[in-house]
Design a protein around this ligand. Structure first.
Ligand SMILES: [Zn+2]
Length: 326
């Protein structure tokens, strides 16, 4: 069970997976928007990722410090998508941020783009107002939930864009980093390109626990934007028949190899549906209308943007012509 000194966060729930190993899972309505991990190596604390917003990053920092009564020594980044690293800015210089070399380069690009975008809070206000107006007349429940989620998320960003300063990795690695603690060892391993430009995982072999970043989207719509679908599939296969019994995904609840199998099935179903439209010369609009079978249809609730991105990626991948993005 959780230790008593664990703070309650509105942004995530904390689950103990083993003595000294915790998964912090995004809570609906909160500002985490991704999952993180807290690992006690015995003589130091390691974090995996750091959430989408500063406000959630602060709770993560407090939780980790309260659990083991010391500052966090290292945060490892699984990949460069900003929903996993914005929160790292709330940690001070005693905490080292460690990422793959490629990931650091991509973070620099994303960070620059975000800083440019955040110079225009008025534009964000207008966008939020437009979504709120659309919400008053929108009838499609799936679109309504999507809009509500996007509004909440945009409001979190708007509230802190004035104070945000991106924090980039202080140290980089290429293939593997081994952590040796007095309580346990951990292996940080890059699985190369797949979900993103480079995806790293944290493997706790003795505990049979793996933090797999966005290689895992459990019980929720995966995200193909920026991916290479074939390499992404290989990353999933790495965990399909592995020694790791507990898998902490980047999004969704803690799971296991059954969740990997289901996610692989989603890849197959989506590829079949969208490639069929592209290869018979159908339009992108038609591709967007493909109906996902059970249980994937339920993943659409609140996930229409990711679905749209995935159809766009696959449609182009199979030779279809996609319209310019807005
Ligand atoms: Zn993510």
């Amino acid at each position: 069970m959780l230790k008593n000194n664990l703070i309650e966060s509105k942004h995530f729930t904390t689950h103990q997976l083993a003595e000294g190993v915790y998964a912090c899972i995004h809570k609906p309505g909160g500002a985490a928007y991704s999952n993180a991990g807290i690992i006690d190596l015995g003589d130091s604390t390691l974090l995996v990722d750091s959430f989408y917003a500063l406000v959630a990053g602060r709770d993560l920092r407090h939780t980790a410090e309260a659990l083991f009564n010391r500052p966090v020594e290292t945060i490892i980044l699984t990949h460069a998508h900003s929903d996993h690293w914005v929160g790292a800015s709330v940690f001070d210089a005693n905490t080292t941020l460690l990422a793959n070399k490629t990931v650091r380069e991509v973070c620099l690009q994303w960070g620059e783009g975000m800083m440019e975008d955040f110079k225009n809070p008025a534009g964000w206000e207008t966008w939020i107002n437009e979504m709120e107006q659309q919400l008053q007349t929108e009838q499609d429940e799936r679109v309504r939930v999507s809009l509500e989620n996007t509004i909440t998320r945009a409001r979190y960003t708007l509230a802190e864009m004035g104070e945000f300063q991106p924090r980039y990795a202080d140290q980089t690695f290429e293939d593997v980093v081994n952590f040796q603690g007095i309580a346990r060892n951990a292996e940080l391993r890059s699985l190369g390109r797949g979900h993103s430009e480079d995806d790293a995982v944290l493997l706790l072999s003795e505990d049979r626990i793996a933090f797999i970043g966005d290689i895992g989207f459990f019980d929720s719509q995966p995200f193909f934007g920026f991916c290479d679908i074939d390499l992404y599939r290989e990353q999933l296969l790495f965990f399909q028949e592995s020694e790791f019994q507990v898998l902490v995904p980047g999004h969704g609840p803690v799971g296991d190899e059954n969740d990997i199998a289901l996610q692989l099935r989603y890849f197959d179903v989506m590829e079949d549906l969208v490639s069929e439209v592209a290869q018979r010369g159908g339009s992108f609009e038609e591709a967007l209308q493909v109906a996902l079978p059970e249980p994937f249809d339920k993943w659409l609730v609140g996930g229409m943007e990711r679905f749209g991105v995935n159809v766009r990626y696959l449609f182009a991948h199979y030779g279809g012509e996609v319209p310019e993005e807005e």
